[in-house]
Unconditional design. Sequence first.
Length: 127
Amino acid sequence: MVRKVEWFGQPVDNCQWPTLARSSQFLARNLARLCQISPRHLRRCFRERFGCSTQAWLDEQRMLAAGPLLREKQCVKIVAYELGFKQVSHFSREFKKFHGLTPTAYLETHPRPPAAWPPRITDGREG
């Protein structure tokens, strides 16, 4: 039997987990607090549902969020701190381990998406 985890009294479905991961600052104890359950119960739920520890899953989510955030911000240092890393070097090491290249190399091979699509059409008047 898979254990249920609730958030604000509602069962958490798979599409909510990444949002909760971000809200918890990618920390297992914060995620347990958000779900209003004990860290031990959260560990059991994660083991059953995802087949790994809570923190291992959160670390993976953090690295999955790193790529798009890096493309958006274009600054390794800002992304590292936004994702909760205290040292940029630690972020760079973890990023390379997960993605197979450094954050800087990732930026070179994954250019920033266009600022706005579709382009804004104006009638030529200021206003």
